[in-house]
Structures are given as structure tokens and as C-alpha cells.
Design a protein around this ligand. Structure first.
Ligand code: HMG
Ligand code: MG
Length: 298
């Protein structure tokens, strides 16, 4: 049987907006996060304390964190690549820091300018500091199903980095299809391998929809027993270091599928649809979400 309930992590304000070439004001980002909080997400990825030279759009992260209205019951997460990022995240009052490694050496170099081993060494300090300050620690694992620079990525290399992230003390680990190339059976093979290294109830699926496979991949992961999924409102996004990659699977589409499957999410669908229409208007384009657009057109 499929799980009775799942946790959806809304990553639109971070993964979704980080790649936007147009300047988005902190006010708009704050309003987006607030709307998502109201929808009832247990976790919103709201910020990223990375180098503004590398990802200019996230330069307003401190301002965004300071401006949002925090909903009790929602954790606000931020990406943190090193201690400099950690200090900023701590000062901004994030609830959860996300360290981000890759299953591919080539992607690690392009994305964070160091090898996988160097990144793990860097993350050790961040992990320790997070524990000291009682912050939750999440580990993202990019390119778990394929890499834009080196091509194939094996399930063993995923398992290898999952083990290292576990050793750093991650509370949760994200298996990410950065470039959206995975298909359902491949997803099941990699998830089964990851489960051997980390508790299944703390592993998540982070699927980009570049090849239109994300919902199928989520369903495949549900069959394996994965209960945490990342999604991006209005299907916002793309990764600045993965050319051509589209956004994460749209949150509205995931919610629609979960509703149909009778799987509890605890999220108010209508508020998410409105949030998706709001941010799409701000960006001056139509939302990518199919379900969101269908409901909004009614
Ligand atoms: P570097 O150039 O090797 O770092 O970048 P550095 O330590 O030599 O520092 C260079 C400059 O950056 C210095 O400034 C530092 O102070 C500054 P300068 O002296 O030149 O004026 N700096 C910082 N500033 C603010 N915050 C910081 C910070 N660190 C250094 N934290 C670094 C290394 C990791 C910093 C850089 O490569 C970087 O920021 N990369 C981030 C890339 C990124 O954000 N990618 C997108 C997120 S990952 C993703 O989307 C995938 C995911 O969604 C899952 C999936 O789909 O796969 C998570
Ligand atoms: Mg991503």
C-alpha cells in the first residue's frame, strides 16, 4: 500500500526563485513565503546564504527572513555552503540549515567550487555548529540520477554520499534529480539503495520536471515508501549550475495527485493555487503548474 500521509517541503522561494534573471524584490519574496506559510507547509525553504556573486537572486535572504511572519508549525530552511553562510543563517534565525553535496564530482566543482570530499570536510564544521545551536540539519544530494557535466551517476555513488551525510548528523537527506532525467524504475533502484544507508522516513525525493517525469517519479517513490517530497509552487525554478534544467515539480500538481490518492498532506490546496498565481503574475508569466492553472481558470 502507499503511505497514508506525506510531508511536502515547499522549495519555491529558494530553488524556484534562485535562477530568475529579473530582480525580485524582498517584499515579493516575503509575501510569497507568507502565503505558503498560511497554506500550512511544515517546511518552507525560504533562503540561501551562498555567495551573492554566484547566485545574485538570493542576496536578499537576510531581509526575507527578517520580514516574514512566522507560522508556528512551519520550519524555515536555508541553504548553507560554508561557515560564512552558517553565520548569516544563524543571525537570520533559520530553523533548519541545508548543506548541499553532489553525487557527481563534476557537478560539485561547478556548483560549489570544490570536490565532494572537500565539501564534506567543509560541511563538518557547519554540521557541528548547527547541532550546537539546536538547528535542524538537512543534507541535499544533487545529481543523484544524472549529471549535466559527467553524464551517468551510479546508485553506489549516491549511497556513498548518503552515508557521509548521515555521518555528519543530517536529520533528513534529499535525493535530488537536479536535471530531471530520472525515470520511475531508475528512481526506485536509487531509492532502494539509499534506504540501505539512511532511515526511509527521513529520506526525501527532490524531483525537477525537465523531462516531464517528476510526478511519475514521485509515484514510483511512494511505492518504495518515501514520505517526504519537495515541490515548487507554480513549478518555479531551475538551477543556475544546471543549464536547461526546469523547476521542481509544481506543488499544485503534487497536491492534486496526493488528494486523488487519498494521501494526507495537511496543506490547503486553494491557498497554494493563489500563491502560484500571485508569484507568476509578479514574474509576468503563466504558472507552469497544470493543476493550478486548471483550477485558476474555473
Ligand atoms: P568560492 O569562490 O570557492 O568561495 O565559492 P571563497 O570561499 O573563495 O569565497 C569567494 C567570495 O565569496 C568571497 O568574497 C567570500 O567572502 C564570498 P570576496 O572576498 O571575493 O568579496 N563568500 C560568501 N558570501 C556570502 N555567503 C557565503 C559565502 N561564501 C563565500 N556563504 C561557494 C564557494 C560555495 C561560496 C560558492 O561556490 C557558492 O556560493 N555556491 C553556491 C551555488 C548555489 O547556490 N547553487 C544553487 C543551489 S544548489 C541547488 O539548487 C540544488 C538543489 O536544489 C538540489 C538539486 O536540485 O539538486 C539543492
Ligand atoms: Mg533543486
Amino acid at each position: 500500500p502507499l503511505p497514508a500521509s506525506v510531508k511536502i517541503i515547499e522549495v519555491g522561494p529558494r530553488d524556484g526563485l534562485q535562477n530568475e534573471p529579473q530582480t525580485i524584490s524582498a517584499e515579493t519574496k516575503i509575501e510569497l513565503v507568507n502565503r505558503l506559510s498560511q497554506a500550512g507547509f511544515a517546511n518552507v525553504e525560504a533562503a540561501s546564504f551562498v555567495s551573492p556573486k554566484w547566485v545574485p537572486q538570493m542576496a536578499t535572504s537576510s531581509e526575507v527572513m527578517a520580514g516574514i511572519t512566522r507560522r508556528p508549525g512551519t520550519l524555515y530552511s536555508a541553504l548553507v555552503p560554508n561557515m560564512k553562510g552558517f553565520e548569516a543563517a544563524l543571525a537570520a534565525g533559520v530553523d533548519e540549515v541545508v548543506i548541499f553535496a553532489a553525487a557527481s564530482e563534476a557537478f560539485s566543482q561547478k556548483n560549489i567550487n570544490c570536490s565532494i570530499a572537500e565539501s564534506i570536510a567543509r560541511f563538518r564544521d557547519v554540521a557541528q555548529a548547527a547541532k550546537q545551536h539546536n538547528l535542524r540539519l538537512r543534507g541535499a544530494l544533487s545529481c543523484a540520477f544524472g549529471c549535466p557535466y559527467q553524464g551517468e551517476v551510479t546508485a553506489d555513488s549516491v549511497a556513498d554520499v548518503v552515508r557521509q551525510l548521515r555521518e555528519l548528523g543530517c536529520d533528513e537527506i534529499d535525493i535530488a534529480d537536479t536535471i530531471g532525467v530520472a525515470t520511475p524504475r531508475h528512481v526506485q533502484t536509487v531509492m532502494q539503495r539509499a534506504i540501505e544507508e539512511f532511515p526511509i522516513d527521513r529520506l526525501s525525493g527532490h524531483f525537477h520536471d525537465t523531462y516531464g517525469q517528476a510526478l511519475a517519479n514521485i509515484y514510483a517513490s511512494l511505492e518504495v515508501g518515501i514520505t517526504i517530497y519537495h515541490a515548487s509552487v507554480a513549478g518555479l525554478g531551475g538551477c543556475p549550475y544546471a543549464k536547461g534544467a526546469t523547476g521542481n515539480v509544481a506543488t499544485e500538481d503534487v497536491l492534486y495527485m496526493m488528494q486523488g490518492l487519498g494521501i494526507e498532506t495537511g496543506i490547503d490546496f486553494d491557498i497554494v493555487v493563489d500563491a502560484g498565481q500571485f508569484i507568476s503574475e509578479q514574474l509576468g508569466r503563466k504558472a507552469v503548474s497544470r493543476a493550478g492553472n486548471a483550477i485558476a481558470a474555473k
